[in-house]
Design a protein around this ligand. Structure first.
Ligand code: SF4
Length: 300
């Protein structure tokens, strides 16, 4: 088999820095209770590995950040790479919690941009996933912003209009949506804020032709889901989206086939490397058993 590992892989800079901040906080405060408000990044293996560092993840998709915050009664609270609203920060401080903000600089940049444009009199249209923590922080911080999902019809809005977006959407769909917005509002000011970690991974998927594509990542990671959906549009004959090598379906594997392997920006390199290594050593006539994940290696 010809295995094609696509680059970039491993944590993006925002995830890498968020994890470093969390681990450093735990090392410097060994006696404090440390809680992450939501998943630091969308990967359950990372949450499990953080428990080893005495860092608890408070995650429940059916509860808002405010409701989750009510469950923290002391210590240090870490805000995730997806960004946080000022009101949640103030509520945490009012509860006497120490706060550590791991918001990615690319996400912070969008918050700053929106603030500037609102003060200049623009109406802001934000394209993002409803209920995704990145979109929710924007809407909570700036209630006058209109949130639109990427496939929604372009709403009727007042001008002047400023348009920006969540960092991890599909590059192709974003370009199409921007064109639709410009058809309706030719004067709109646009800032396409997909981050480079997202666009480079998507481009890599589109640049390769292979018999199959394996996408390693958590089912809740938008970045990961986008890679699989771009693979479908690009025309890979089959695609497997797996959390780790443990979920690999070997019934698809045939001799002489080519398989591209990619991973979301929140997928630990260890998990992707395990898949690549297994495939590189795979013998169709004598398939080896699938390896298991060693949680202690996730943050290496
Ligand atoms: S995916 Fe992009 S926006 Fe999100 S943490 Fe990584 S670099 Fe930052």
């Amino acid at each position: 088999m010809n295995i094609i590992p696509l680059a970039p892989r491993g944590f993006c800079k925002g995830v890498y820095l968020a994890l470093k901040l969390a681990k450093d906080t735990a090392k410097q405060n060994p006696d404090e209770q440390i809680t992450i408000l939501g998943q630091l990044v969308h990967n359950r293996y990372v949450s499990l590995a953080l428990e080893y560092h005495n860092i608890k993840t408070l995650h429940n998709p059916s509860l808002s950040k405010e409701q989750l915050l009510e469950q923290i009664d002391g210590g240090i609270v870490i805000f995730t790479a997806h960004g946080i609203s000022e009101s949640i920060k103030q509520k945490a401080l009012a509860k006497g919690l120490r706060i550590v903000d791991a918001t990615c600089s690319d996400v912070s940049r969008t918050h700053t941009l929106i603030e500037e444009k609102l003060s200049m009199g623009y109406h802001v249209l934000y394209i993002g996933k409803n209920n995704h923590p990145e979109s929710m922080a924007i809407v909570e911080n700036f209630p006058s912003v209109t949130l639109m999902e990427i496939k929604d019809e372009i709403p009727d809005l007042i001008e002047p209009l400023f348009v920006t977006n969540q960092t991890t959407l599909s590059k192709r769909e974003m370009e199409k949506t921007i064109q639709n917005i410009l058809d309706k509002y030719p004067e709109a000011s646009i800032s396409n804020d997909l981050c480079s970690a997202t666009t480079l991974r998507q481009q890599a998927v589109e640049q390769v032709h292979a018999d199959g594509l394996i996408v390693v990542g958590d089912p809740s990671s938008n970045n990961t889901l986008m890679l699989a959906s771009i693979g479908h549009v690009h025309g890979y004959p089959w695609i497997q989206r797996i959390e780790s090598v443990e979920q690999l379906d070997v019934s698809y594997l045939k001799e002489n086939m080519s398989i591209a392997v990619t991973a979301g920006a929140s997928t630990p390199a260890y998990l992707t490397n395990q898949v690549i290594e297994y495939l590189n050593n795979y013998d169709v006539n004598h398939p080896q058993p699938l390896p298991t994940v060693d949680i202690t290696k996730i943050l290496e």
